[in-house]
Ligand binder design. Structure first.
Ligand SMILES: Nc1ncnc2c1ncn2[C@@H]1O[C@H](COP(=O)(O)OP(=O)(O)OP(=O)(O)O)[C@@H](O)[C@H]1O
Ligand SMILES: [Mg+2]
Length: 357
């Protein structure tokens, strides 16, 4: 492993924004730090960069302990959440700064600055000052400044948060492409789960200063280890039920199957993603697939959002959200329709009820 974080902790008096945090990255890996606002992402990144000191724990790079080294001896390219551009320098001078420090030739610097600025789609703005740019443009300058030095380790704190949706998608693919081409070991902070899923090799989900789960996007999404992770990485239904003695789950009068089982009679938190549930007319004679759960319900509300239709369906006194992609041919339902909700047992996530905080 190239970058290792071991039992990292930061304290400010009684406040402990980060504690017991351990994870590691292989060389060239892109690791996402994902979590809600205030969970300690920026604090973690700042400790890795050396901008703030860890209260305890270690940071190891390539086998060397850098915990007590100053930032400039860590060869890390850092982009802060508040861009921290130098206001008195032009955009080109801002981007060139790290290269000047590394004493590259003038021609080399000019060439690299110009390619970094076109990469972030700002080729014509090199002579302006930061305050003459919009927030999103400043953010892209900060990104160019971190990338241009081709660091061993790239630390990006919400690098795309101020861009419109289309530019954000383009830039995230661009970051991924450069990061892979140069094999830069990268920590990418975001609170946007789609962004994290789209480009990260693995994701650390943080909650209240601690690691909640680490895994590939697929593992985090399909096999979340806690209800918090399940909830944070996409919309999901939460239903409180009880285990039956045959290993199924009692949902009102209906038995539903899951992958796991639990102690009979104890409470269980069932979670199912809205788009994994399919609606059928109550009378439809659709063949029931092996391992499929089927429960009856009544449509209460329908919301059209273009790509999909969102249904609120009442079943056994619970409100269950269902999302169906809109197709030109697909069946649609209206409030009052009697339907069945169908989903696979393997899409039924279960958690001990105590884990639901
Ligand atoms: N210098 C400081 N002194 C005291 N508390 C701090 C300091 N810096 C951060 N905190 C607190 O530590 C917690 C974690 O902050 P941090 O900036 O790491 O969160 P974050 O996950 O990056 O959030 P966001 O998504 O909003 O950027 C917050 O409660 C914050 O108020
Ligand atoms: Mg932050």
């Amino acid at each position: 492993m190239y970058l290792k974080v071991e039992s990292l902790e930061k304290r400010y008096g009684h406040l402990v924004p980060v504690s017991g945090l351990s994870f590691s990255l292989g060389q060239g890996e892109l690791l996402g730090l994902l979590g809600p606002s205030g969970c300690g992402k920026t604090t973690t990144l700042r400790m890795i960069s050396g901008l703030i000191h860890a209260t305890s724990g270690k940071i190891i790079v390539g086998g060397h302990d850098v915990t007590h080294l100053p930032t400039y001896r860590r060869n890390m390219g850092v982009m802060f959440q508040s861009y921290a551009l130098f206001p008195h320098m032009t955009i080109a001078e801002n981007v060139a700064f790290g290269l000047e420090m590394r004493k590259l030739s003038k021609a080399d610097i000019a060439q690299r600055v110009s390619s970094a600025l076109s990469m972030v789609r700002l080729p014509a703005l090199g002579n302006r000052k930061p305050l003459q740019l919009s927030g999103g443009q400043q953010q892209r300058v900060a990104l160019a400044r971190a990338l241009v030095i081709e660091p061993d380790i790239l630390l990006l704190d919400e690098p795309l948060s101020n861009l419109d949706a289309k530019l954000r998608d383009e830039m995230r693919n661009e970051i991924r492409e450069i990061q892979q081409r140069l094999r830069m070991t990268t920590v990418f902070v975001t609170h946007d789960q789609t962004e994290a899923m789209a480009i990260c090799d693995r994701i650390v989900v943080m909650n209240r200063g601690k690691l909640e789960q680490i895994g590939t996007p697929h593992e985090i999404y399909e096999r979340p280890s806690t209800p918090m992770v399940a909830d944070f990485v996409g919309r999901i239904n939460r239903i409180r039920c009880r285990w039956r003695d045959d290993g199924a789950i009692a949902f009102g009068h209906t038995a539903i199957g899951a992958v796991s089982t639990g102690p009979a009679g104890s409470e269980v938190l069932v979670m199912v993603r809205p788009h994994r549930i399919e609606l059928r007319s109550a009378g439809a004679k659709a063949g029931r697939a092996e391992g499929e759960n089927t429960i009856p319900g009544t449509v209460r509300q329908v919301t059209y959002i273009g790509d999909s239709l969102q249904y609120a369906v009442e079943s056994e006194g619970e409100k269950i959200m269902v999302e169906q992609a809109t197709t030109s041919a697909g069946d649609t339902y209206k409030p009052g329709d009697a339907v069945t909700l169908n989903w696979r047992a393997r899409d039924t996530l279960t958690f001990a009820a105590e884990a639901d905080v």
